[in-house]
Design a protein around this ligand. Structure first.
Ligand code: NCD
Length: 308
């Protein structure tokens, strides 16, 4: 059966581990995989701005020997003429073997998957989910902390609209003994469905407003940007945008082996002085993202390592 990746839980915990194991192997010996996608094409259908995700998908496919086609904004495509996502994917299914789609509307990649003849990957849908960023985050945590079970993970910033945080929480909740510290202003707390799923599974979590108070407890600190484009009015954004700024002084409160992650782009929430701290791992995270996307493309195309 053709497999899509729309929600992080579309993958079983075992599949996630397999993907991360394969990504590790690719990272160790990338040249072994450089022809496995010869003759295959990846379409990137991006209706919303992106730097990392789109380029990381494209680099991943190119590194596997495949090629890429697509568009990087809704205004460049027939969406500007009123074409539906369902029609666009029917068309793209003729030109590509696999596609990654980013869309401002929650659920658009799912609609695409329902009408597609090729595997569809959700590269971010509105304020909903971002499963491939989560695979990136899991690979980064596993590689740098050598485990995921039992970690205390602080997630800070815009937990209401930040799709990366929703997918990360859903996925980390499947590991044993992970504790969540959710740090946000009242108005930007996680949506009810996330809150209720943590409660229903009796997962340890707390919601706090101050970052400095919890810094000493954290093994991982996941910082996020306040999602300006999802606010209903600019005044609220301006009031909340600088709620958290991680600086060198706050880093002094943290464990020596804590790691700081951020899906990027960063606006103001991490002072550039933190970049020099060895615990700042957000640029390493970008690199892991490319390898995990190589693994994902291989697996969704049904390609086995033995074919390398
Ligand atoms: C994130 C996104 O698009 O949701 N960026 C990314 O894909 N790395 C985070 C963000 O835009 O804040």
């Amino acid at each position: 059966m053709m497999k899509h990746l729309i929600d992080p839980l579309d993958l079983t915990a075992e599949e996630v581990n397999e993907f991360l194991d394969l990504a590790d192997k690719i990272m160790e010996e990338p040249s072994k995989y450089r022809h496995i996608c010869d003759g295959r094409k990846l379409a990137t259908l991006f209706y919303e701005p992106s730097t990392r995700t789109r380029l990381s998908f494209e680099a991943a496919m190119l590194n596997l020997g495949g090629s890429v086609l697509g568009f990087s904004s809704g205004t460049d495509s027939s969406a500007a003429k009123g074409e539906s996502v369902a029609d666009t994917i029917r068309v793209v299914s003729n030109f590509a073997d696999i596609c990654a789609i980013r869309h401002p509307k929650e659920g658009a990649p799912l609609v695409a998957a329902l009408h597609s003849e090729i595997p569809v990957i959700n590269a971010g849908d509105g304020g909903h989910q971002h499963p491939t960023q989560t695979l990136t985050d899991l690979m980064t945590i596993r590689s740098l902390k050598k485990r995921i079970n039992g970690l205390t993970v602080g997630i800070c910033g815009d937990l209401k609209f930040g799709r990366t945080t929703h997918s990360l929480i859903k996925s980390l909740a499947r590991y044993t003994g992970v504790k969540f510290v959710l740090i946000s202003p009242q108005e930007l707390r996680v949506p009810d469905y996330i809150f209720e799923s943590l409660q229903a599974k009796s997962i340890a979590f707390k919601q706090v407003e101050r970052l400095d108070e919890v810094m000493p407890e954290l093994d991982v600190l996941y910082m996020t940007r306040v999602q300006r484009e999802r606010f209903f009015n600019e005044e609220d954004y301006i009031r909340l945008k600088d709620s958290y700024i991680l600086d060198a002084k706050k880093m002094e409160l943290a464990k020596e082996d804590m790691i700081v992650l951020h899906p990027l782009p960063r606006v103001n929430e991490i002072a550039v002085e933190v970049d020099h701290d060895p615990r700042a791992c957000y640029f390493k995270q970008v690199k892991y993202g490319m390898y995990v996307r190589m693994a994902l493309i291989m697996k969704l195309l049904g390609l086995e390592e033995s074919e390398c």
